[in-house]
Design a protein around this ligand. Structure first.
Ligand code: PMP
Length: 413
């Protein structure tokens, strides 16, 4: 009999009383304090959303930090495609892709997406989180060693918890550190998979894809890139980071989402036909979850066709992003070296971040803070992003608010 059989197992004579598993469950104390002080920036409910601005409690705010990079959530063609799909199919597929939920529309989107991304095959999931987590839970393999950038998204990290594999973390965007780990692991059995991102969601850094791919290939490792914030944004036609860096075949699997530039919801993986077919038959997050609904597929398909054929949305986005980056830098803010539409503004400790948020809010600018544990202590930031839906007056109002609040809180002098 094992130890638990004597002390704590069902045969034990001394039984611990059962406690109420839900006793004392409350939101973290920091959330309660922030609410009490009127400094709570999360779960803000918007009455209206029109791209660059939103209405909250009857007041209009400039929205920064949205992932609608190309402003396509408001595009009439995208909305019309969704309306028509509701008429044809209703709101739910009422079954998983594996069983009764696959529509021809899913397969049309997969075929056009694979062609766009320069990959043999693609697979559509009901959320980006499910696709990126599946890229780890299925492709991670039981015996493989997995390498994660320290800034990788929660979905990749959680994916590794679904599998008893060996996650290791390399310093952010640091191919030399990745090489150090791969070298250390020489001689270990199993394959190797490296996970990186096209654009990192907090720092806004474009991934060091060429350097990571070069090291990975020298050590026989496969590369998976989460392009959630890069599809539609990077690449000559918005294909993403692998095409941007002319590494279309060298990035083995591209993971992505329809919830950002594609103005919808849902996710995808793209790679060789064999790998995608393997994922299709092994991804529990796909097989045991209801398929992406028709209106979302139709909206993503419409957005994909617009992204491919109308570069002006991307060009407008970049010109607004460059304008904001230059002006925020000119005011003296530290933007952590961001070179993408995600522009983090470093403000310091957590309490300054909440005060900064409140100051912006009072100026009718909606921008959310990122505080520990999402960022290191003392490195709290206001995470902004700008897109083609922002009018010049929205950008001016945002800059004026940042200058006023930044000076008042002595983040800039
Ligand atoms: N990967 C990254 C890098 C993300 O930022 C996100 C969401 N913000 C996801 C995956 C998950 O995508 P979704 O929100 O579409 O589920």
């Amino acid at each position: 009999m094992g130890e638990t059989g004597i002390i704590g197992g069902t045969s034990s004579l001394v039984r611990e009383p059962v406690v109420d598993a839900f006793a004392g469950l409350r939101a973290p104390r920091r959330a309660a304090q922030a609410r009490a002080m009127g400094m709570y920036p999360f779960f803000k409910a918007m009455a209206r959303h029109s791209g660059g601005t939103v209405v909250v409690d009857g007041e209009q705010y400039v929205l920064t930090g949205s992932n609608d990079y190309l402003g396509l959530t408001q595009d009439e063609r995208v909305r019309q495609a969704a309306r028509a799909a509701v008429d044809d199919f209703g709101m739910s597929c009422s079954g998983s892709r594996f069983l009764t939920g696959t529509l021809e529309l899913h397969e049309t989107l997969e075929a056009e997406l694979a062609d766009f991304l320069g990959k043999e095959s693609a697979l559509v999931f009901s959320a980006g989180f499910l696709s990126t987590a599946s890229a780890v839970s299925t492709l991670g393999g039981q015996r493989n060693v997995l390498y994660f950038d320290r800034e990788n998204h929660a979905s990749l990290i959680d994916g590794s918890r679904l599998k008893a594999n060996r996650p290791r973390r390399f310093e952010h965007n640091d191919a030399a550190d990745l090489e150090r780990l791969l070298k250390e692991d020489e001689g270990l059995p199993g394959g190797r998979v490296v996970y990186t991102e096209g654009v990192f969601s907090m720092s806004g850094h474009i991934g060091a894809i060429p350097e990571v791919v070069e090291v990975a290939q020298r050590y026989g490792a496969r590369v998976v890139c989460d392009d959630a914030h890069a599809t539609g944004v990077l690449g000559p036609r918005g294909e993403g980071s692998h095409v941007h860096f002319d590494l279309t075949d060298d990035v083995d699997v591209v993971a992505g989402t329809f919830s950002k530039a594609f103005a919808s919801v849902g996710g995808f993986l793209a790679g060789t036909a064999d790998v995608i077919d393997y994922v299709k038959h092994t991804a529990r997050l796909l097989i045991f979850s209801t398929a992406l609904p028709a209106p979302n597929i139709a909206a993503s398909l419409a957005a994909l066709r617009i992204i491919r054929s109308e570069p002006e949305h991307r060009e407008q986005m970049w010109s607004k992003v460059d304008f904001m980056r230059q002006n925020l830098l000119g005011l003296g803010f530290d933007l952590l070296g961001s070179n993408s539409p995600i522009i983090p503004v470093l403000v310091g400790d957590e309490s300054t971040a909440f005060q900064f948020w409140r100051g912006l809010w009072d100026e009718k600018v909606f921008a959310t803070p990122a505080v520990p544990p999402a960022v290191p202590d003392g490195r709290s930031l206001i995470r902004t992003s700008f897109n083609s839906a922002h009018a010049p007056e929205h950008l001016e109002r945002t800059l004026e608010a940042f200058e006023k609040v930044g000076r008042a809180l002595r983040v800039i002098s």
